[in-house]
Structures are given as structure tokens and as C-alpha cells.
Design a protein around this ligand. Structure first.
Ligand code: NAG
Ligand code: NAG
Ligand code: NAG
Length: 235
């Protein structure tokens, strides 16, 4: 208990004391580092993982709504869903920061690199089994085109120990469906489309980042080296 209190107490004045140091500390070519890391990661996904192995978990959605004069209720089971294609990949919001904190009165330096990996025009394919009340089961294949899927990633390194942590926050919120295709196209397709909740599958996108992208980045740690710290503002 005492230890916890000490940490909280100490961490505040340290922030003030080390301000001058903060202003000048920076990472050399953080943008180049992120570009090399993202490029190599995408290359490995394409070659070793394959895009079709970026899966979306099975999920069910219930249907209960009024379409014109038609009351529709039932369920849709989505299975074997996966990424079909992406048009391009780009990087956004690259930034970095260096901080210092005292551990038993000895300074420890920590550097973080943040960026967002963006898949543009990502198409996801689904198999849907539609069970509407009082109607025979129907099977559909559909694909939904997302304008973009964004993966916010952060890489934090404790410079003293070179211990590096890779994390990704939730990917879903920035994903928007822009177009849907159905086979066959019937009056039921409209019902499916209207009831599709994009947010249902965003947890799968977050899993791609956490279970596939981040481990690849970690493996590349020895090849694509973390930027070195400089104290001159990197001018
Ligand atoms: C969807 O519903 C079916 C039928 O009730 C069930 O067997 C299946 O486990 C459900 N899938 C999920 C992901 O909940
Ligand atoms: C971390 O590295 C700095 C600079 O080399 C050194 O002054 C400091 O004592 C180290 N801190 C710890 C906790 O090892
Ligand atoms: C949709 O199609 C089914 C099967 O062809 C038909 O039974 C149903 O009445 C149609 N509903 C509407 C609202 O057109």
C-alpha cells in the first residue's frame, strides 16, 4: 500500500522536473520506422498468412421489423466470413513521444510510437443462412465493402531494458459499410441488408490486429530496429 502511494506521489513532481528534458527528447526518423514496419508486416500477411485467412467470426442476427406492409421476423446465421480484397493500405496519425520517470530515484526512459494502419476499400464476404418465420430456409452469399478499416497501433519501448510492448485499441468504430452485394438478390436480401449491424463484426477486425499484425511486428523487432532516441529535438 505504501509503495503504491509513493509511486503516485513521486510521479507528479517528476513530470514537472523533467519538462526541459521532454522538450528536446525525440525519436530519430519515427516515420521511416513506421513505414518500414508496416510495409514488411503487410508483405508477410500477404505471403505467409494470406488475406483470406483474415476471418470474421460467425455471428447471428435476429430480424424483427416492418418492411412496407410486410412484418418480417426470424434470424440470419453468418458463417465462413473472410476478407476478400483490399484496394490499398495507408498510414495515418504517426506520432511519437519520449518520457522519463523515476524508478527508485533512477531515471527510466520510455518511448512510444503511435500510428494507424488503414485498409482502404476492404471487401468482406459472408455466407448467410436466412430463417424467416413461415418461410423455407434460404442461403445467400454476400459481400460488403467497407470504405476503410482502421487499426490504431502503439509500440512502447522501455529504453533501459529494451522491453517492447505492442498494443492495438479497438478497430471497429472507423469502419463503414458503403456497398453491399447479394446473391441471389430478392426481397429478402433487402431485409438482411437493413438488419446488418456493422458493429457486430468490428471485434473480429480488432482480433486481426491483436492476433496477427502485432505478433508479426514483434517478430520483426530484430530486423526493423526501433528508432534511437536523440536529445536535440531531431532538427
Ligand atoms: C447461431 O445460431 C445457431 C442456431 O441457433 C447456433 O447453432 C449457433 O451456435 C449460433 N452461432 C453463434 C455464433 O452464436
Ligand atoms: C537508464 O538509462 C539511463 C541512461 O543510460 C541511465 O542513466 C539510468 O540509470 C538507467 N536507468 C535504470 C533504471 O537502469
Ligand atoms: C417476398 O418474396 C416471397 C417469396 O417470393 C413472397 O412470399 C413474399 O410475399 C414477398 N414479400 C414482399 C413484401 O414482396
Amino acid at each position: 500500500m505504501l509503495k503504491v502511494l509513493c509511486t503516485i506521489f513521486l510521479s507528479f513532481p517528476v513530470g514537472i522536473l523533467s519538462q526541459a528534458w521532454h522538450n528536446k527528447a525525440c525519436l530519430e526518423d519515427d516515420v521511416g520506422y513506421v513505414e518500414r514496419l508496416a510495409q514488411e508486416t503487410m508483405y508477410k500477411i500477404e505471403k505467409d498468412v494470406k488475406f483470406c485467412n483474415l476471418k470474421v467470426d460467425d455471428f447471428n442476427q435476429t430480424i424483427n421489423n416492418q418492411m412496407y406492409s410486410w412484418h418480417v421476423s426470424g434470424s440470419v446465421q453468418y458463417t465462413d466470413n473472410f476478407l476478400i480484397s483490399i484496394q490499398s493500405v495507408h498510414l495515418e496519425k504517426i506520432s511519437s513521444l519520449v518520457t522519463r520517470r523515476l524508478v527508485n530515484n533512477v531515471p527510466e526512459y520510455q518511448a512510444g510510437v503511435l500510428f494507424t494502419l488503414v485498409f482502404n476499400q476492404a471487401k468482406i464476404g459472408f455466407n448467410a443462412l436466412v430463417k424467416l418465420d413461415n418461410q423455407p430456409e434460404q442461403r445467400y452469399t454476400l459481400d460488403y465493402l467497407y470504405n476503410s478499416i482502421s487499426f490504431p497501433i502503439s509500440i512502447v519501448r522501455i529504453l533501459n531494458t529494451t522491453e517492447t510492448t505492442y498494443t492495438s485499441s479497438s478497430a471497429g468504430t472507423l469502419a463503414h459499410v458503403v456497398k453491399m452485394n447479394f446473391l441471389p438478390y430478392t426481397n429478402v436480401s433487402q431485409v438482411i441488408g437493413r438488419n446488418f449491424k456493422s458493429s457486430t463484426i468490428s471485434s473480429s477486425f480488432t482480433k486481426w490486429a491483436r492476433q496477427i499484425f502485432l505478433p508479426i511486428m514483434e517478430e520483426l523487432e530484430d530486423i526493423i530496429t526501433f528508432p534511437t532516441i536523440r536529445l536535440d529535438g531531431c532538427k
